[in-house]
Ligand binder design. Structure first.
Ligand SMILES: [Zn+2]
Length: 277
């Protein structure tokens, strides 16, 4: 599933291939991609221009000239690409926005979990998912004080705590494993048992890791590519995710892959010991 760095990379690509373009037709091949009535969706957007593309957490927010916003969540495998009109599309392309300049923006999703929803601009934060979303992982929005407070209230393990978008926006399985390895915290450590030093370190690593991964255009796993179809470069810089059975870069111990809250989780048993509280 694309996480914040990948979705931000998609957003930056969309600014180049979709911003400022006017829609003159929309083809919907898989109606469930659209939350709500497909015909209303088409009629509301035909003739409109995409004025901007914003992002909150893993949600893309397409802004239209008629004061509507399309909330798009890529879920597992969703991606956007553009091409000239008239080129063939495959069976995994579910929505095509045709522009007046002869290009088209295609939404492709092999798993079909991605969704688009149209709302009035300004009301998007009252929609399920966005309504409860936590702060962006940046110095401005995500403070150590806030992080400490929500950690102390938690009764769960730290890994699922980090995956919960209500706590902090944008982390998924890859970056949760990475920031825990960087901070030498066991993924099964109870969230409310972290020391003040661990809290500060984890907080700083979350902000740093997301920023660096975004700089490298995210991580390419499975079928994820950015809006131009090229691959992110961050997978070369992963320390934990996908490295089960390999030697820890820090200490040489064999990395272990386990399941934590149903999610594959890789960590170093030596660097990231479970500390009895
Ligand atoms: Zn280690």
């Amino acid at each position: 599933m694309p996480e914040l760095p990948e979705v931000e990379t998609v957003r930056r690509g969309l600014l180049k291939i979709a911003k400022g373009r006017k829609i003159n037709a929309i083809d919907v091949y898989y109606g469930k991609t659209i939350d709500g009535d497909v015909e209303e969706f088409r009629q509301a957007l035909i003739g409109q221009t995409i004025t901007d593309v914003n992002r909150r957490g893993k949600y893309l927010l397409f802004r239209f000239s008629n004061n509507l916003t399309m909330i798009s969540h890529l879920r597992m495998e969703g991606k956007y690409f553009n091409q000239k009109q008239g080129k063939p599309i495959d069976k995994h392309t579910h929505v095509v926005f045709k522009f007046t300049d002869g290009t088209e923006l295609c939404y492709h999703d092999t798993r079909k979990f991605g969704r688009m929803r149209l709302v009035k601009t300004g009301t998007e934060m009252s929609v399920a998912g966005l309504k409860t979303i936590g702060p962006e992982p940046t110095d401005q929005d995500f403070t150590v004080e806030y992080f400490r407070k929500i950690l102390k209230r938690s009764r769960g393990k730290i890994k699922p705590f980090l995956l919960n978008q209500r706590h902090v926006a944008g982390l998924g399985n890859i970056y949760a494993d990475e920031v825990l390895w960087m901070s030498k915290i066991n993924p099964e450590q109870p969230a409310n048992s972290l020391s003040d030093e661990q809290i500060r370190l984890l907080h700083d690593n979350i902000i740093k890791e997301i920023a660096v991964a975004t700089k490298y255009k995210g991580t390419t796993v499975h079928s994820f590519t950015n809006a131009f179809g090229d691959a992110g470069g961050f997978q070369e810089r992963l320390h934990a995710y996908g490295r089960g059975g390999e030697k820890c870069e820090r200490c040489g111990t064999k990395m272990v892959k386990i399941k934590v809250a149903e999610r594959g989780t890789t960590f170093c048993p030596h660097c990231q010991p479970l500390v009895e509280g």
